[in-house]
Design a protein around this ligand. Structure first.
Ligand SMILES: [Zn+2]
Ligand SMILES: [Zn+2]
Length: 115
């Protein structure tokens, strides 16, 4: 599928309130499996903190609803630089990135002892 076809497909699903069927599609399931495998089924956010957690899901950095043409794209480009669009996450980290746990990013060392 071209990016345009993907975008049309997703937009139609959103119109019909059936976006869940994207996550059930074999295109997405294959891609998800591929991304998990490439990352050894490890959560990338935990890995950054030196922890090892089993990834259970693959998160869209550029959310599907906002960027439907990137739904099946492993990377995206911003100002000529390529970034990862699909990242494997464990359950907790996935909740965090979606703000479901009132997650506040850790303060940077610079601002840490200001008062
Ligand atoms: Zn994690
Ligand atoms: Zn997500």
């Amino acid at each position: 599928m071209t990016k345009e076809e993907v975008a049309n497909w997703i937009q139609q699903l959103m119109k019909d309130n059936r976006l869940y069927s994207f996550y059930k599609s074999k295109e997405w399931r294959h891609l998800k499996e591929e991304v998990l495998k490439e990352n050894h089924y490890e959560c990338v956010m935990c890995r950054e903190e030196g922890k090892v957690s089993k990834a259970v899901t693959v998160h869209h950095v550029q959310h599907v609803k906002k960027y439907p043409w990137l739904a099946l794209s492993k990377t995206y480009e911003y100002k000529g630089v390529e970034y990862k669009n699909l990242i494997p996450l464990c359950h907790d980290c996935h909740d965090k990135v979606h703000g479901r746990m009132r997650y506040k990013p850790k303060p940077k060392p610079l601002t840490e002892e200001r008062w």
